[in-house]
Write a protein that binds this ligand. Structure first.
Ligand code: ADP
Length: 446
């Protein structure tokens, strides 16, 4: 087991990882930019190293500074959290060259899943159902038009290197295709330096359902059930729950078994998420994330497992101590992402938190990196915390969530808390009947 871990991240996730390290008796090293000197993840770590100025490109994304911080502090492993360098295969390779462990899968698996076309081909080979579409990248517009006729419209043009919804364009009809292809290509070229695009059937009213997996890299893997992340704004998740209100236990066991077997066959190490769109009883693979997800706590609440501890154990080479039968699902959990944003316009609202009171009580968890008097810097993501609530069943979970939201006080800045207070009284949300377009439509209502 490692004695000292460097956490290459900030905010709530850096604190979340520190908590796991402390429980395992592992020393923690925080890194921070000059804008984060007063951050909680710096204050609570055993050691901290300033790695550069405020812009992430010169600090949290600066690989030489991170490697130097490992050398100075003698950290034996790096946990990348999510975002930043968490899915950067080159970072994993460089750490390996410096004999520092990367808490995550191998660089080879990160690379494989980072390329959406290769990921989709791999998923299909391993028996995972995929969205019908082109076989790999499409070449000329003429070739694309031929393939598109076979798939049928509407369809999506997607960037092979895409992420965060960028490089993705909808073509409703054949007339839209040339424009969709050229805008997706140029967006992908400028964002990812790669203009390879592929075509996919557009699913009209799917839910976003993702399966959490855990493997040891030695050929053993389990699934930890699914999360429903269908409430999205601009392809970004806003609210997540586990289990999905749309699945029955037979469907859950079936897709879970397919995914766990695929991940075991791949000899995948650590935690990972296989994302699907789900429509009319069918699952369609869209991508695999080779890291810890923002929404991992809902899975922790219903399984009682600490996913970060499992990541650290598997990265240290330990075989999986769990079999599928050891995983028991209990109750229901919901997460609300609390962003420092206007709850109607979603414009960021950095500034100083003048008053901060978090909800508590049975089944309530708040993962956050902020405190009263803290000034949110304008340079980073607007997520300032997550409210996660657990109940015996979905109904109890919603009752508890309503209560917890009413207790949460954050003054001095705007947050998305009022949006959640509204949403959980909406009949569709109460009944669990929503697809990936539900929230966008709700936000556009007069
Ligand atoms: P990214 O990596 O850019 O986030 P994903 O492939 O994960 O892209 O897709 C992000 C979101 O876009 C999905 O959660 C879903 O809302 C929508 N989406 C992706 N593929 C399709 C599809 N074939 N049909 C309908 N919606 C899709």
């Amino acid at each position: 087991m490692f004695e000292k871990i460097l956490i290459a991240n900030r905010g709530e996730i850096a604190l979340r990882i520190q908590r796991a390290c402390k429980e395992l008796g592992i020393k923690t090293v925080a890194v921070h930019s000059t804008a984060d000197e007063d951050a909680m993840h710096v204050r609570l770590a055993d050691e901290s190293v300033c790695i550069g100025p405020a812009p992430a490109a010169q600090s949290y994304l600066d690989i030489p500074s991170l490697v130097a911080a490992c050398e100075i502090t003698g950290a034996e492993a790096v946990h990348p959290g999510y975002g930043f360098l968490s899915e950067n295969a080159r970072f994993a390779d460089i750490l390996d060259e410096h004999k520092v462990a990367f808490i995550g899968p191998t660089a080879e698996h990160i690379r494989l899943m980072g390329d959406k076309i290769a990921a989709k081909e791999t998923a299909q080979r391993l028996g995972i159902p995929v969205v019908p579409g082109s076989d790999g990248a499409v070449g000329s517009n003429e070739e694309a038009a031929e393939v598109a006729e076979k798939i049928g419209f509407p369809l999506l043009v997607k960037a092979s290197s895409g992420g965060g919804g960028r490089g993705m364009k909808l073509a409703e009809t054949a007339e839209d295709l040339p424009t969709a292809l050229s805008t997706a290509r140029s967006e992908a070229k400028s964002a990812f330096g790669d203009d390879a695009v592929y075509l996919e059937k557009y699913l009209k009213k799917p839910r976003h359902i993702e399966v959490q997996v855990l493997g040891d890299g030695l050929g053993h893997a389990v699934h930890l059930g699914e999360r429903d992340c269908s409430l999205q704004r601009r392809h970004q998740k806003v609210f997540e729950e586990a289990p999905s209100p749309a699945l029955n236990s037979e469907e859950r066991a079936r897709i879970g078994a397919i995914v766990a077997k695929a991940v075991a066959d791949l000899k995948y190490r650590g935690v990972g998420t296989v994302e699907f769109l789900y429509e009319n009883g069918e699952f369609y693979f869209i991508e695999m994330n080779t890291r810890l997800q923002v929404e991992h706590p809902v899975t922790e609440m219903i399984t009682g497992l600490d996913l970060v501890i499992e990541q650290i154990r598997t990265a240290s080479g330990a075989p999986l101590a769990l079999s599928q039968d050891d995983i028991q699902f209990s109750g229901h959990a919901i997460e609300c992402r609390i962003n420092a944003e206007n709850p109607k316009t979603f414009t960021p609202s950095p500034g100083t938190i003048s008053y901060f009171h978090t909800p508590g009580g049975l089944g309530v968890r708040v993962d956050s990196g902020v405190y009263q008097g803290y000034t949110i810097p304008p340079y980073y993501d607007s997520l300032i915390g997550k409210l996660i609530v657990h109940g015996k069943n979905r109904n109890e979970c919603l009752m508890r969530l309503r209560r917890a939201l009413s207790e949460f006080v954050i003054d001095g800045i705007e947050t998305t808390i009022p949006l959640f207070s509204e949403l959980i009284s909406e009949p569709d949300i109460v009944n669990g009947i929503y697809d990936i377009h539900w929230l966008e439509k709700y936000l556009k209502r007069p």
